[in-house]
Design a protein around this ligand. Structure first.
Ligand code: SAM
Length: 325
């Protein structure tokens, strides 16, 4: 039996989970978007009683979990934990990111989900040991930070526990999730996605649904593993492209507004130029009229008759001025 028929025999068929084709209702800019179909698939198969996310930022991943919970009508409690202050890897942070997320999240998911503004460590004591079924770790990505987050939250995982780790395939700057992943993946049943910075799937609990276990049993070299990666990458890529398209639409909208503003400024300048040209023409007419008037005076008979008198008068004025010195 080849790997794909083994997969079918074991009941692993993502097509039997139509939620993987759902359109995300919230698509903020994020390096996570291509994992949305798998996130929704995982929620459908695992039917977790609780989901906790460490690192939510704009909410791309978290809203995918919440949307799946809502659309599948599951009785899942969800918690997003983030300081919403950013970290050295999070890049430029929109100060209103939490406000925007709340505006989308609260009315739709407020009935079963909470956004907790706190550090991961401060939130830790508020969760009982063995109480979390699905944990997504996506905080600061140095080796030390991700190991600390995993180790401190590991006791909170239930016997159905599955942990997702983002960025296991980033090999630049001081990202160290890939190093931590190499250590941890051999300690539990696991599967890794390589696209979209990599997503590690780790079953830390022992009571995992058969279908999900099938995925975790794929070997890297299996055709089934390649097909699974191909399937989820291509589904997720759609979301990434849609978000980029939306970004470009906003950019084009802004450029159109800028062009309209510049066009209005050009029209205003043209109106000013026309006004000034009319003023110049008016002045030229006035100057021509004054010249004609002056010329008519110079050539008039009385002006010419008075010319010797003006000459002697000027001489006398100059003579008397010298004498008074
Ligand atoms: C990579 S972003 C999360 C991305 C998000 N999962 C998504 O779908 O786009 C990491 C987030 O973790 C938060 N963070 C990092 N370390 C933290 C800590 N120790 N406590 C609270 N928040 C933290 C940052 O504020 C940042 O918003």
């Amino acid at each position: 039996m080849n790997n794909s028929s083994t997969t079918a025999a074991n009941g692993w068929n993502p097509l039997s989970h139509p939620i993987v084709f759902a359109e995300p209702r919230y698509l903020p800019h994020s390096a996570w978007l291509e994992h949305i179909p798998f996130a929704m698939y995982a929620v459908d198969v695992l039917k977790p009683r609780s989901i906790v996310e460490l690192g939510t930022h704009a909410g791309a991943s978290y809203c995918a979990f919440c949307q799946a919970v809502a659309d599948l009508r599951l009785s899942t409690q969800c918690f997003a934990i983030d300081s919403w202050e950013g970290d050295p890897h999070a890049g430029d942070y929109d100060p209103d990111v939490l406000g925007k997320l709340r505006a989308h999240h609260d009315p739709q998911y407020g009935g079963f989900s909470r956004l907790i503004q706190s550090t991961f460590d401060e939130a830790l004591p508020h969760f009982a040991d063995g109480s979390i079924d699905l944990l997504h770790v996506d905080g600061y990505h140095t080796y030390k930070a991700v190991k600390h987050d995993f180790d401190s939250w590991r006791p909170k995982m239930s016997d159905r526990g599955v942990v997702l780790l983002h960025d296991i395939n980033v090999r630049e700057r001081d990202f160290g999730v890939h190093t931590f992943w190499e250590e941890i993946r051999v300690q539990y049943p696991s599967f890794e996605f390589w696209h979209c910075h990599g997503l590690g799937v780790l079953a830390v609990g022992t009571t995992i649904p058969d279908e999900f276990q099938t995925l975790l049993q794929f070997q890297d070299e299996d055709e089934a593993a390649a097909r699974t990666r191909y399937f989820f990458f291509n589904l997720g890529r759609r979301h990434q492209l849609l978000e980029r398209q939306e970004q470009m639409r906003r950019h084009i909208g802004q450029l159109c507004k800028d062009v309209a503003k510049s066009t209005e400024a050009v029209h205003e300048a043209q109106r000013t130029i026309s006004h000034l040209q009319r003023l110049v023409e008016q002045r030229e007419k006035e100057v021509r009229a004054a010249e004609m008037w002056a010329r008519s005076i110079v050539h008039s008979r009385s002006y010419r008759v008075g010319s010797p008198l003006r000459f002697f008068g000027n001489l006398i004025k100059r003579f008397s001025a010298k004498r008074s010195l």
